[in-house]
Design a protein around this ligand. Structure first.
Ligand code: ARG
Length: 458
């Protein structure tokens, strides 16, 4: 290997080349590597470390190399280990000695940190734009379903009636927070490591403010040793992505359960379902299952990198090369899942009649019967006990709280009157939950307004 030729007597073994080369996967950083190098040569020229002509030639050639890579004209080599040295080698092959000046005042340590930051910043923006698309769909479903009533669950047992809007906007809140977590991660990492060099900075008069601003950062990182030693910015994004896919996975689980024959609350469109090779009647929610399944690898990537980083002595260590495949896989997985998920939500069919019917079984208005007695003057605990007895009686006699006669009600308490039926109607149960954040449409409208504002600002 020509790069280390001064210090090394023997050629690197093919085995070790294969083992430590990252070009197989870090070549996808080529654009960021070139953008970083262009900013760096501009910095070198500004500090009079290289001449304007040299800068121009290097910049022009780097842009040509970028073009050639994009047009598939370049073959990288594991002999040059990674994307940084491959591009530098190509540059030197094309312009000779001037090309050798590119790496002045720079190390692969600040270079790789820079490339990964530039890449990560772009990926965060792309993932955020998918989240906005998903939130747009959630908003539409929220607006359309204020009066679609459904059972809300605890322990997967029917609990209380809610509106479908309330249900879907709950996920809206989760995705809003996912968006903001990524925003925070972006802001925290938005400082350029370029110029940190190997670890201690450089003796060359490089204006780091200038190169940072050329690359769209808020400024340069404050401590050169920190700049090359940590990968917390990647871990923080991967942790935000883990939470995001946890939400997608929970949502997928709902879709799988709700689309089952037993529930039939919703239907996943044919386009996002698959059949069975043997059972002709089957329509399987494979896409939702796969999203649920891929959660494991996104968590795994996070745990992997956390573990890689935890015991490293301060400074660059080759272990850190392991950040790439983990991070690439996490962002690719998330983008793939979000694309499919958005399509699935867009084409979701909601079986409103079945949802309403489901509210009529399972005594989901029992809390409201207890509330009714409480309003009439009983303590909530007494009302709760009486209602429990009524539910037991109704189960034994195959009745529901709506079909129990008033004479039967009165056997349990003299506080019951005809108005109990209206009070415990599903619509009333939903619409009187007026406490802030509750399921009444008055509150849902506030949530929708907030979501509209959020989408406008995002
Ligand atoms: N391929 C390396 C990585 O991904 C680049 C940095 C190498 N730096 C070094 N001092 N060996 O981490």
């Amino acid at each position: 290997m020509q790069y280390f030729s001064g210090r090394f007597k023997e050629k690197a073994d093919k085995l070790i080349l294969d083992f430590h080369s990252s070009i197989g996967f870090d070549q996808r950083l080529y654009k960021y590597d070139i953008l970083g190098s262009i900013a760096h040569v501009k910095g070198l020229a500004k500090g009079n470390i290289i001449s304007q002509e040299e800068k121009n030639l290097i910049e022009k050639t780097l842009i040509e190399i970028l073009d050639d890579i994009e047009n598939g004209k370049i073959k990288f080599s594991i002999a040059y280990e990674d994307i940084h040295m491959n591009i530098e080698k190509i540059l030197i092959d094309r312009i000779g000695d001037v090309g050798k000046k590119l790496h002045t005042g720079r190390s692969r340590n600040d270079q790789v940190a820079l490339d990964m930051k530039l890449f990560a910043k772009d990926e965060v923006k792309i993932i955020q734009s998918f989240l906005i698309e998903l939130l747009d769909e959630i908003k539409i479903l929220g607006e359309e379903n204020l009066k679609t009533y459904m059972p809300g669950f605890t322990h997967l047992q029917k609990a209380q009636p809610i509106s479908f809007s309330h249900y879907i906007l709950a996920y809206g809140e989760m995705f809003k927070r996912d968006f903001l977590r990524l925003e925070n991660a972006f802001e925290l990492m938005n400082y350029s490591p370029l110029g940190a060099a190997a670890l201690g900075g450089t003796t060359y008069p490089i204006d780091r403010e200038y190169t940072a601003s050329l690359l769209g950062f808020k400024g340069p990182t404050l401590n050169s040793l920190d700049s090359v030693s940590d990968r917390d910015y990647l871990i923080e994004i991967m942790s935000s992505l883990s939470l995001l896919i946890m939400h997608l996975s929970k949502f997928s689980e709902d879709l799988i359960i709700y689309s089952s024959n037993e529930f039939n609350y919703i239907e996943i469109s044919d386009g996002f379902s698959t059949g069975s090779s043997i059972m002709p009647q089957k329509k399987n929610p494979d896409a939702a299952e796969l999203i649920r399944g891929k959660t494991g690898r996104v968590y795994g990537n996070l745990m992997g990198l956390l573990t890689t980083m935890k015991g490293l002595p301060l400074g660059y260590n080759k272990d850190m090369q392991e950040d790439k495949e983990a991070f690439f896989d996490s962002v690719d997985t998330i983008k793939g899942c979000l694309k499919v998920f958005i399509g699935m939500v867009k084409t979701l069919k909601i079986n409103k009649d079945i949802l309403l019917l489901a509210c009529k079984e399972g005594f989901i208005n029992a809390t409201d019967v207890a509330d009714y007695l409480t309003i009439k003057g009983l303590s909530f605990r007494d009302a709760y006990k009486i209602t429990g007895e009524i539910v037991k009686y109704s189960i034994e006699n195959k009745l529901t709280l709506d079909t129990l006669s008033i004479t039967e009600y009165k056997k349990f308490s003299p506080y019951f009157f005809e108005d109990v039926y209206k009070y415990i109607s599903i619509e009333n149960c939903v619409e009187k939950r007026l406490s802030f954040g509750g399921t009444a449409s008055k509150n849902i409208k506030i949530q929708l307004d907030e979501l509209t504002l959020f989408l406008k600002r995002a």
